[in-house]
Design a protein around this ligand. Structure first.
Ligand SMILES: NC(=O)c1ccc[n+]([C@@H]2O[C@H](COP(=O)([O-])OP(=O)(O)OC[C@H]3O[C@@H](n4cnc5c(N)ncnc54)[C@H](OP(=O)(O)O)[C@@H]3O)[C@@H](O)[C@H]2O)c1
Length: 353
């Protein structure tokens, strides 16, 4: 058996990094050698993630400077960035430079928004600042792993949790011409989608028993989703996206409304989606609307369909931290390093959260 692939994580004490470490505990093929933390270097990882104490009892957070040592010892390594947007790109650029200097072939999965657009001007229009590393943008594959197939790119930009939930039903049906490219989406997310830092809007008493829409028709993920659909299908979709905050901790439930461009029953459309994802170990489609609790805590995504006349409603449920972030990134790295696609990702969710 070959030695595990050395793996580094940026944004080490965040929720997504914690989820990746949880998934890696069931993998065995990757060894987290540098869990980089700007705020907690030297502390045990288990101090930030007590639920991981049994999995990683000895592992401590490392400073960014530790990356050079890791790269010096490894001919090939993996880097997952779970840093915030704006901070991720410069940190990834620095890591790539350090790896190149050490002659280490570094594969990157970036889970932030920094490499989601091919065009730096598109990123600037959404994020309001110059892109920190525009020269790297053409070097990234962008999209849901299921829509990219085998790729020659050694760098991967994850579309994010909301986008994955929307793209999974949208890309096959827009791409086949089944639905007209005018789509309205509401998608409700759990509180882990906001990350570790507390705010007034994420404070437990403010959030635990309510639902509220935020940034309706003006959210930063809307242009990202449009760009991903364009890249995957060549179709320009007219998207109206309304995200909502829900009282649960994990999971996204998206409902898409569109019109059928080609008539079909709910059964036929569910079969079309199921056929599209037949080779995917993670995406299932049926007529019945999925339940969030059946996928939360897992890397699975479940799709559903309803049809009345030329109206179609599509349902998509997934875990924001897993399939929507760390799991999708690990899925990509599995492909790149020759592991089975589902290595570390096949465990079902708990069923009750
Ligand atoms: N939460 C989700 O459901 C989700 C889904 C898809 C994508 N994402 C994306 O994944 C990334 C991580 O999300 P998250 O929810 O884990 O966020 P988080 O809990 O806020 O964690 C981000 C971590 O990044 C580090 N960090 C914060 N500010 C930084 C800065 N200025 N420079 C460098 N590092 C900084 C911090 O860790 P250290 O102090 O330890 O370095 C922080 O804990 C984000 O880009 C987010 O947009 C999140």
């Amino acid at each position: 058996m070959s030695a595990p692939v050395p793996l580094a994580i940026l944004g080490g004490s965040g929720y997504v990094a914690g989820e990746l470490l949880r998934l890696l505990a069931a993998h065995g093929g990757f060894a987290p050698r540098a869990v980089v933390s700007a705020s907690r270097a030297g502390e045990p990882v288990a101090a930030a993630f007590p639920h991981l104490a049994g999995a990683w009892p000895e592992l401590c957070f490392a400073p960014a400077a530790a990356l050079a040592g890791l790269f010096a010892e490894a001919p090939r390594a993996a880097l997952v960035s779970a840093a915030p947007h704006g901070a991720s790109a410069p940190a990834v650029a620095a890591a790539l430079a350090a790896a190149a200097a050490a002659r280490c072939a570094l594969e990157v999965a970036d889970l932030s928004a920094d490499f989601r657009f091919a065009d730096p001007a598109a990123w600037t229009a959404v994020y309001g600042q110059a892109h920190p590393a525009p020269e790297l943008l053409p070097t990234f594959a962008r999209g849901v792993p299921e829509h990219l197939g085998t790729s020659a790119f050694s760098r991967f930009a994850h579309p994010g949790c909301f986008a994955t939930a929307v793209l999974l039903p949208l890309v096959p049906l827009v791409g086949s011409g089944r639905i007209a490219p005018e789509v309205a989406v509401t998608a409700i997310t759990g509180s882990t989608g906001s990350g570790r830092a507390p705010s007034a809007a994420t404070h437990h008493p403010e959030r635990r028993s309510t639902v509220v829409a935020y940034a309706p028709l003006a959210h930063r993920h809307e242009p990202e989703i449009v760009a991903f659909v364009r890249e995957a299908t060549g179709v320009e979709v007219d998207l109206a996206f309304v995200p909502q905050s829900g009282p649960h901790a994990r999971g996204i439930y998206a409902t898409l409304h569109a019109r059928l461009a080609r008539p079909g029953s709910a059964e036929e459309i569910a079969a079309e989606l199921a056929a599209f994802y037949a080779a995917s170990p993670f995406v299932t489609a049926a007529v019945a609307p999925p339940r969030l609790v059946d996928v939360a805590g897992s890397n699975r995504a479940a799709l559903g369909v309803a049809v009345r006349g030329d109206r179609v409603a599509l349902f998509s449920a997934l875990d924001n931290l897993a399939k929507g972030a760390a799991g999708g990134g690990l899925q990509w790295l599995n492909r790149r390093f020759g592991f089975p696609e589902s290595a570390g990702l096949s465990a079902p969710g708990p069923g009750w959260l």
